[in-house]
Design a protein around this ligand. Structure first.
Ligand SMILES: *Cc1c(COP(=O)(O)O)cnc(C)c1O
Length: 456
């Protein structure tokens, strides 16, 4: 008889990954290099090192080493909140009446409430090792800023966070968590940077955007002695650190003979998705196994499903390196009624290349359908999911319901990236029946894409 699968699979400490996996090493078509925004030539290690920590810049450029050691200090920090459980969603399966087997990897078991801590601690570690005084960053919904504040507190680094103004005002408790961990939080756009002042002059009363907050954070990092800029998603180095999600998931699956048919992740900048799928994708790329991978994005910010694969700016102020990615244009801002996160205009260049090569699928979902799934999941499985994570829940449920129709016993694995305690304004809107869907028109997307930089 097959081994009984427990509700929750926790790896032993001795089974935890000691190396990250770099999927680029196994990709035949490598993701396109970052370009220097001034010269439009591939950014060199020295150029990247002016913005990012040296060792992180090296990781950013490393397309050849499949495995990179996780430093001991990071491994021991991971042990404070990892392993993350791989949960068999027995209750959800029963409620849906599906023959499918559903698993989720839960990354919300830490104070920051999301997977972002996996990369925050790595980035803070390399900054400390380089002898820096501090780091700057942006945060939208606040999960990344919180994770980075925790990591900086651990290593005694200064942490300056530019928080998108609308979130700063709507999520005062997020801000207070960051300050409790010692971070300095500024609403963006702000008067403290040249780019912030310029944006405020051009768009008085703007409530800010991620792209704008990134520009401010980069300006301060580059202009302040002993500081570098760190980013919580999109970059190759972040996907590398997040591979810990996929490595643990794969070890847990292998241990119990679980073979996923479909692996699903929500996609904002692509870091949790990239991290979850990387090791499985490696097997697919090496011809050892096959899986279906599905990226799920909001219908209001559909970079993979409706964007263009092109070089674009990563920020509004155009100070960051350019990345080749599926993008909606760096000026694209999702409609104000969009409540579910995942609002970045572009997508990780690694995920973009894998998608362009036909190695994975993408799907967009509307937010009312996402919150329906979130509410159902909360009531059945107990966890109050982050709106971002709920995009993956939606599609996992849809796939399980398809199995109910066909009678197929597929195995579905999805990433449950975090909890939604700070997203109650969005839940309130949904509960009050005030949430609506806005899908950008082709003309709106075309107008934004018309402003893409000309790079050949
Ligand atoms: C930031 C965040 C995401 C999206 O970011 P990715 O880089 O696409 O993973 C998803 N879920 C949660 C809970 C987040 O905080």
């Amino acid at each position: 008889m097959a081994q009984e699968i427990p509700y929750k699979i926790y790896l032993e400490e001795s089974e935890l990954p000691t190396q990250w996996y770099n999927v680029r090493a196994d990709m035949k078509n490598k993701p396109a290099p970052l370009l220097n925004p001034g010269t439009l030539q591939p950014a060199t290690l020295d150029e990247l090192s002016q913005v990012f920590c040296r060792e992180l810049a090296e990781q950013e450029l490393n397309t050849t080493d499949a495995y990179i050691d996780i430093p001991e200090e990071i491994q021991s920090f991971y042990k404070m909140y990892r392993p993350a459980p791989l949960v068999r969603a027995y209750c959800l399966e029963k409620a849906l009446g599906t023959p499918a087997k559903i698993y989720y990897k839960f990354e919300g078991n830490n104070t920051s409430g999301s997977h972002k801590l996996n990369s925050a601690i790595a980035q803070a570690y390399y900054a400390k090792k380089q002898g820096l005084r501090g780091v700057t960053t942006e945060t939208g919904a606040g999960q990344w800023g919180t994770a980075l504040s925790m990591a900086c507190a651990y290593f005694g680094l200064d942490c300056k966070v530019f928080m998108v103004k609308v979130s700063y005002e709507q999520k005062p408790f997020r801000r207070e968590v960051m300050r409790t961990y010692g971070a300095n939080v500024t609403p963006s756009p702000s008067e403290t940077t040249a780019i912030g002042r310029k944006i405020l002059e051009e768009f008085p009363g703007t409530t800010g955007s991620l792209g704008c907050a990134i520009s401010e954070a980069v300006e301060v990092a580059v202009g302040t002695e002993g500081y570098r800029y760190v980013l919580g998603s999109v970059l190759n180095q972040v996907l590398l650190h997040q591979s810990v999600i996929g490595l643990e998931s794969m070890a847990a699956c292998d241990k119990y003979g679980i073979v996923p048919d479909i692996i699903i992740g929500c996609a904002g900048g692509g870091s949790n998705l990239g991290g979850l799928i990387s090791p499985f994708m490696g097997r697919k790329l090496r011809g050892e196994a096959d899986y279906r991978f599905i990226a799920v994005e909001p219908a209001s910010c559909p970079s993979l499903t409706r964007g263009k694969y092109a070089y674009d700016f990563c920020d509004t102020g155009k100070v960051c390196p350019l990345a080749k990615m599926y993008t909606l244009g760096s000026g694209f801002i999702p409609s104000a009624n969009h409540a579910g996160g995942l609002r970045y205009h572009g997508m990780s260049s690694t995920v973009s290349q894998l998608y362009d090569d036909g190695l994975m699928e993408a799907r967009s979902v509307e937010q009312t359908a996402v919150f329906e799934a979130a509410t159902k999941f909360a009531r059945i499985e107990g966890i109050l999911p982050a709106p971002e994570s709920s995009h993956a829940i939606r599609v996992a449920m849809d796939e399980a319901l398809k199995c109910k129709e066909t009678g197929e016993e597929k195995t579905i694995l999805f990433g449950l990236t975090g909890t939604g305690y700070f997203d109650m304004v969005a839940y309130q809107k949904f509960n009050d029946g005030q949430m609506s869907d806005y899908i950008p028109t082709d003309a709106e997307i075309a107008a934004s894409l018309a402003k893409l930089p000309q790079v050949d």
